[in-house]
Design a protein around this ligand. Sequence first.
Ligand code: 13P
Ligand code: SF4
Length: 331
Amino acid sequence: MSIDYVAEIKRLKEKLPVTVVGHFYQRDEVFNMADITGDSLELARKCKADENPWVVFCGVGFMGQSVKVVAPHKRVLMPKVACCAMARMIDGRFFDESVEFMVSNGIAKEDILPITYINSDVSVKSKVGEMGGLVCTSSNAFKIIEKGLESGKKILFVPDRCLGQNFANSMGLKSCIIGDGSDPKESDIICYDGFCSVHQLFTLDDIEFYREKYPDILIAVHPECDPAIVKASDFSGSTSQLIKYVSELDENQKVAVGTEYNLVNRMRPNGNTFVLSSTKPECPTMNETTLEDVYLALKSIEDNKPINEILVDEHTSKWANIALERMLDIK
Ligand code: 13P
Ligand code: SF4
């Protein structure tokens, strides 16, 4: 007999002291099961404030890790331990090499302030915390970088080169990418060469196509898009900020949105919101989680045999927590 996953998930949520959490990029059927939704910053804040001892986190690995780090007493399970492709681009060794690159170019280690985008492994956050640095998300990067600049240090921004460059541009700062041949001493923000392959799909041709087809259309994109795309757009913001921007438009206003497909598809179903790409911009790892996976994670709690639990060792957790809390303290 086949299992009615929706009914079973509802039953288990009622029975167990558990909160199901879902990022906006999750498949609709999974997203609809979530008690807490939000962008990366909201998810970290809301999960920390939530009282249930169990969390079933539908998203990618760094998000589940962040909850475990800011709320270590919680048991965090991920229906699929899917890893964000950008987060995989940097580990502790590459982080050390990036610091080394700056040092070998005449910048003393004490004069470097590392900032890591939340889309990074907990081991990278930990190294950033140990060096006095902090975490940012796409919704608070401006404030975090502004705060970081108060130290008078050079900012090492990892792993997303696009986010680093986009915020440098919006703040009138000079940025470079490690490996692009420039002298890091000449820049305020030195970016690691990581990127999101999903957000690289949006092109200037896509923008031109929509602007030609609908001359009054607005273009709204996530700041993980290439700087040329952000510059050519009318608005850039985190997933929550994009939702807010689109929801506040007049209902007849056309808008093309450059971010993950599941989210854009869910926005304003009145035919005036378009996906800014001829290719379906799906995040493969966000899409891995299915209703069956959510059910199995919840069932494992009921059966007292938890699966896919996120565990972080004490040292890593301590410093990653410091880096995350430095961010959460900035309102
Ligand atoms: P948000 O923090 O804007 O939700 O972004 C997370 C993400 O992975 C975007 O690709
Ligand atoms: Fe990572 Fe990109 Fe997927 Fe966001 S959309 S989770 S940055 S791979």
